[in-house]
Design a protein around this ligand. Structure first.
Ligand code: DGT
Length: 230
């Protein structure tokens, strides 16, 4: 039934010629993904889908993000299962605009976060196997549109400073070493291509610059993102 619905949606897009140019914005925690998305708010004809962090902080009153950071071995599995669901919801959300800009994707959840949890032993191999089977099923059975990946490449030390400054309560215990691991996994996935699936061409942005200069860097991507709209 799921596949039928997705296929029906896709053929609607095809008939109406409305298949959006779909861009994933990827990068470490604190790399500036939200700021990047906000930059594109000024343009019409773009659907912006910011990451559902608020849903992770309040699932029927439960803060899964907080539970995961406080007791990863106990909560990683539940957290990642819910991340997958909310990401899939974003991937499948129909748009009426020619461009769809999404914060992260089901791929970074798998290749960066779940991968880290598996390698560090936070996830039991059996838990990892369940999450990986879900990922494979979704990847092969459900069409996920991807035309471009914008990778906000950041020095982990800079990401660390930004996280400290923004002081999101759940992230206070995040050590620099965690950001270094996540950075390596983003590099492996998007630059070194050590994982099988890199679903679209990658545009690498120097996201180390501070806010006053980064707008210029963002502007350089406008052409690639917006030209597909016309
Ligand atoms: P930005 O705008 O680049 O600073 O992005 P953030 O930090 O607002 O967004 P993101 O996705 O890097 O991280 C939000 C929080 O959720 C952060 O504490 C890391 C966590 N997070 C995001 N996706 C996953 C995931 O798949 N697994 C785990 N364990 N944590 C995740």
């Amino acid at each position: 039934i799921l596949s039928y619905k997705v296929l029906a949606q896709r053929s609607y897009h095809k008939m109406a010629n409305t298949k959006p140019f779909t861009v994933f914005v990827e990068g470490n925690i604190g790399s500036g993904k939200t700021t990047f998305l906000e930059h594109f708010r000024q343009f019409e004809d773009i659907t912006l889908l910011t990451e559902p962090v608020e849903e992770w902080r309040n699932l029927r009153g439960w803060n899964l993000l907080d539970l995961m950071y406080k007791d990863p071995s106990k909560w990683a599995m539940a957290f990642q299962a819910y991340v997958s669901l909310t990401m899939l919801d974003m991937h499948r959300r129909p748009t009426t605009t020619p461009v769809k800009l999404m914060e992260r994707s089901i791929y970074s959840a798998r290749y960066c976060f779940v991968e880290h949890m598996q390698r560090s032993g936070i996830l039991h191999p059996a838990q990892f196997a369940v999450l990986d089977e879900w990922f494979r099923f979704i990847h092969t059975e459900i069409p996920i549109e991807a035309d471009l990946i914008v990778y906000l490449k950041t020095d982990p030390k800079i990401a660390y400073e930004r996280i400290k400054r923004r002081a999101r309560s759940e992230e206070q215990c995040v050590p620099l070493s965690y950001l270094e691991e996540l950075h390596k996994l983003h590099e492996d996935w998007l630059v070194n291509r050590t994982f099988a699936e890199c679903p679209a061409p990658v545009l690498v942005i120097d996201a180390d610059l501070d806010l006053s200069q980064i707008t210029e860097e963002y502007k350089k991507t406008e052409h690639q993102i917006l030209r597909k709209a016309v």
